[in-house]
Design a protein around this ligand. Structure first.
Ligand code: ATP
Ligand code: MG
Length: 251
């Protein structure tokens, strides 16, 4: 279980995350929603070691992650993809994925050999297949479509064998059809890899359909958490974030 307790992070005078406590049970699927600037990406950065909290704790299966390096947090099993895909533009999809899986497993297993072992290549193919990138293995990453770059960013997290996967707006910048295809893939890989998956998403139709549990951030605070029905009908959430259309939709 990933446990976040009493987390705080400020930037100058801005309280980006303020006293946030959320548990993510092993194997759960949670959506994080909230208006722009609510602190969602900051929350992910605090879990994945991109930022250090001012106060509070983040622990995974009872071990604290606070103060550990990015590499240590990845090795502990926390993976993430970014709001703006972070890829290696000059490498092909295959080179990127194989480079990532090889570097990770060699470090984790303390191996010093130059070439990837067959099981590393197998994992690369397995992840490419899961994300629909098999046909694109030979393509230079910079030449991929926006959607495929987002898929590659997720694939780069997945080859590191995460137990917890944080996806920051996996459907950002996509048209409606592409969004649904992306989220179906995400849902499939959650089931197949038995991940604890947490995703940030602005499209409420997707959130309400896919996520059994939703946490709502607003001005850095946890405004509410619950099932889609609980969130859709929560007066504070409607006022701060949803407006009236979803209230009507729920009736
Ligand atoms: N590195 C930083 N330095 C200074 N301020 C920051 C930094 N990162 C985030 N902030 C501020 O913290 C607040 C929360 O930002 P954050 O990016 O976490 O929001 P968000 O919920 O992810 O928003 P969006 O939906 O637009 O992606 C904002 O006011 C933002 O300007
Ligand atoms: Mg963000």
């Amino acid at each position: 279980m990933l446990e976040v307790k009493g987390l705080f992070k400020s930037f100058g005078g801005v309280a980006a995350i303020s006293d946030v406590t959320i548990d993510f049970p092993t194997g759960s699927l949670t959506a994080i929603i909230g208006p722009n600037g609510a602190g969602k990406s900051t929350f992910f950065n605090l879990i994945s070691g991109g930022l250090t909290p001012d106060a509070g704790s983040v622990s995974f299966n009872g071990t604290s992650l606070v103060g550990r390096s990015r590499a240590q947090i990845i090795d502990a099993g926390i993976g993430r993809a970014f709001q703006v895909a972070r890829i290696f533009p000059t490498l092909t999809v295959e080179e990127s994925l194989l480079g990532a899986v090889t570097a990770h497993r060699q470090r984790a297993q303390n191996i010093t050999r130059r070439f990837p072992l067959p099981e590393m290549r197998d994992r690369m193919h397995e992840v490419a297949e899961m994300l629909g990138l098999t046909e694109k293995l030979g393509v230079t990453s910079a030449n991929l479509s926006h959607g495929d770059q987002k898929l590659l960013d997720i694939a780069l997290a997945l080859v590191l064998d995460p137990k917890v996967l944080l996806l920051d707006e996996p459907t950002a910048g996509m048209g409606p059809d592409e969004r649904w295809r992306m989220i179906e893939r995400v849902h499939e890989l959650w089931e197949r890899e038995k991940l604890t998956l947490i995703f940030i998403e602005h499209d409420m139709d997707i959130v309400f359909k896919i996520a059994p549990k939703i946490s709502v951030l607003c001005y850095g605070r946890l405004l509410a958490e619950g099932t889609p029905d609980e969130i859709r009908t929560n007066p504070a959430v409607i006022e701060a974030y949803l407006g009236t259309s979803h209230e009507e939709a729920a009736v």
